[in-house]
Design a protein around this ligand. Sequence first.
Ligand SMILES: *[C@@H]1O[C@H](CO)[C@@H](O)[C@H](O)[C@H]1NC(C)=O
Ligand SMILES: *[C@@H]1O[C@H](CO)[C@@H](O)[C@H](O)[C@H]1NC(C)=O
Ligand SMILES: *[C@@H]1O[C@H](CO)[C@@H](O)[C@H](O)[C@H]1NC(C)=O
Length: 135
Amino acid sequence: MFFVLLFLLPLSATAQPYRNVTLGSSITANNKNSTWLSPSEEFAFGFQQIIRGGYLLAIWFNKIPERTIVWSANRDNLVQEGSKVQLFADGRFELSDIRGGFKWTAAATSRDGVAYGAMLDTGNFVLANSSSGAL
Ligand SMILES: *[C@@H]1O[C@H](CO)[C@@H](O)[C@H](O)[C@H]1NC(C)=O
Ligand SMILES: *[C@@H]1O[C@H](CO)[C@@H](O)[C@H](O)[C@H]1NC(C)=O
Ligand SMILES: *[C@@H]1O[C@H](CO)[C@@H](O)[C@H](O)[C@H]1NC(C)=O
């Protein structure tokens, strides 16, 4: 137990407090502030610039030097700078290209009960209801 605590301390010292992704939140593809982290910061959700002006909405391993992508919404359709992914108040979770050229929507079984979004340490980004059930 002692060993585990010593091992964890340096990590938590630099960690920002984890927060659920609240309804209405969005991230914009612009290379500045584009990530939602899992509690351990092992995984990140956001935009990765793949080519100049071309972005992938993705989940990647955040703690290894080579930021390996594990999932992406628009693998064959890079979106432009300024494009946005948003969790709307009505539970829709959508990526829309700034020029309207590409759109991706998360397939939730029910949109009604969505209370928040969360990047989990399992590598899954989930939409959850108020009792933390994954939708
Ligand atoms: C995330 O939201 C759920 C449900 O409202 C809540 O139980 C949980 O404490 C929240 N977690 C954080 C870190 O805010
Ligand atoms: C990114 O920046 C915009 C504008 O400053 C802000 O509204 C948004 O909350 C930021 N997103 C994150 C994930 O920090
Ligand atoms: C939340 O979702 C779970 C399924 O993941 C369901 O069993 C539960 O009843 C839901 N709770 C509410 C309050 O809707």
